[in-house]
Design a protein around this ligand. Structure first.
Ligand code: GAP
Length: 416
């Protein structure tokens, strides 16, 4: 949770708080079918599916093709169907498969007292539509000039046929999305700028290795129904190179679909703005951070496993220990240091205290959750060696090296 919150906060800071042209919102999760009919999701938000004729279990047709080494990218339903039949592909239970069909991935329910045709609603499969249907609220409240954007972090729900690979593909996912509105002729420059900034967020804010990041232009047949141009950012996960986040040129598709437009004060004209959409999956970003931080090495002749997390995302920036837990004078001093660090607003909530077990075990525990620094209060801190009075040891997670630091310099050092 702490790691996830740090990722979300860094995203919100970069893309919303640090910009003047972005409006953060928190829209409804359940929306009436009319929204999803207009957006094209009722008709078009579907995966290709085949059914085991005996067990009636359903499988993703594109996944079955991938499993026998065929790349289904760009294939139509009919082409996938023909290939499955030609290759005689069976279900994982060894039974014959039916025809490839589209399977809508939205969760359907009824809202209100009556269960009739008009009360059908869907859990949102993307946070995006909540922003489009609130476009007029933002325009009427803030009168923003183009270009401007709306941003949201929240849950989305997809009835994935085959959730798999830990948190890579789940049915309850979380997205961090921006809908950025521009004059129609300006889309290309904005698209390119966001493409660059998406990568900067991954490398500069989250500390992901640039060599793990790949940008892939999406072919016409594979793009979502609303997109005219899409570039996915893929990442080297332990399960292979897979989609981490997306960028789409949604044109005027969505605003038009909901009957919305914009009056431009400058040109005194009314038109439908075009939209660029940078979208990030929170879970996949967390998985990228976790998997690329996992490190095995040897320290002091002992094997260890640790998370080499950037201090910006690590749940704790530092942990404070008394050298021994049964010496009240050490515990009191360590608590004093802990409370002093926690008082600083930049470090608040990011400092741990631990007096459990021996010091070696405490180091290992913090290494395992990626804490970059450990601070130990020892007898020198209390003045046993007057030269070191009011200093503590500061241990570096990656090298295991320790230096003595004056307590009064700790806040600045950790913030840096
Ligand atoms: N509004 C655009 C949109 O939803 P998408 O490519 O379908 O685009 C955006 O989803 C991001 O959401 C993906 O790049 C991915 O990070 C994440 N995502 C999509 N489906 C997911 C799932 N089933 N489990 C986890 N994350 C998912």
């Amino acid at each position: 949770m702490a790691l996830k919150k740090n990722i979300e906060n860094l995203w919100w800071k970069r893309f919303v708080l640090d910009r003047e042209d972005m409006y953060g919102i928190d829209a409804a999760i359940l929306m009436n079918q009319e929204v999803w009919k207009s957006s094209g999701h009722v008709a078009g938000f579907a995966d290709p599916l085949v059914e085991d004729m005996k067990t009636k279990k359903r499988y993703r047709a594109d996944h079955l093709l991938e499993e026998i080494g065929i790349d289904p990218k760009g294939m139509t339903l009919a082409e996938m169907d023909a290939l499955i039949k030609e290759k005689g592909i069976k279900s994982p239970d060894g039974n014959a498969l039916g025809d490839v069909r589209q399977f809508n991935m939205m969760f359907k329910t009824h809202v209100g007292a009556s269960e009739d045709e008009t009360s059908i609603s869907y859990l949102r499969p993307e946070t995006a539509q909540g922003m489009f249907v609130n476009f007029k609220n933002v325009v009427d409240s803030f009168h923003p000039k183009l270009p401007f954007g709306m941003a949201q972090i929240g849950k989305a729900f997809r009835n994935e046929i085959a959730p798999r690979d830990f948190i890579f593909r789940v049915r309850e996912l979380e997205q961090m999305e921006i809908e950025y509105f521009v004059k129609p002729d300006d889309w290309r420059g904005v698209f390119d700028a966001f493409q660059k900034e998406q990568v900067e967020f991954l490398t500069d804010d989250l500390g992901l290795p640039a060599t793990f990041i790949h940008q892939v232009e999406i072919a016409d047949a594979d793009r979502a129904h609303y997109s005219k141009h899409s570039v996915d950012t893929e990442f080297d996960f332990p399960i292979g190179q897979k989609e981490l986040l997306g960028l789409a040129y949604r044109t005027d598709y969505d605003l038009k679909a909901h009957g919305l437009d914009y009056f431009d004060e400058e040109s005194k004209s009314r038109f439908v703005p075009h939209c660029i959409e940078p979208t990030f999956g929170v879970g996949r970003t967390l998985l990228a951070v976790l998997s690329s931080a996992y490190t095995e090495d040897e320290l002091g002749g002992e094997k260890r496993v640790y998370l080499k997390l950037s201090p910006k995302v690590a749940p704790y920036i530092a942990a404070v220990f008394p050298l021994l837990k049964n010496k009240p004078e050490l515990v009191d001093k360590a608590r004093e240091v802990f409370n002093m660090l926690r008082k600083d607003s930049a470090l608040s909530g990011r400092i741990a205290f631990d007096d459990n077990g021996n010091i070696g075990k405490r180091y290992r525990r913090q290494d395992e959750i990626g804490t970059p620094f450990c601070i130990t209060v020892d007898f020198d801190t209390l003045g046993e060696n007057p030269e070191n009075k009011d200093t503590v040891t500061l241990r570096n997670r990656d090298t295991g090296e320790q230096e003595r630091v004056n307590i009064k310099n700790l806040v600045e050092l950790l913030k840096k």
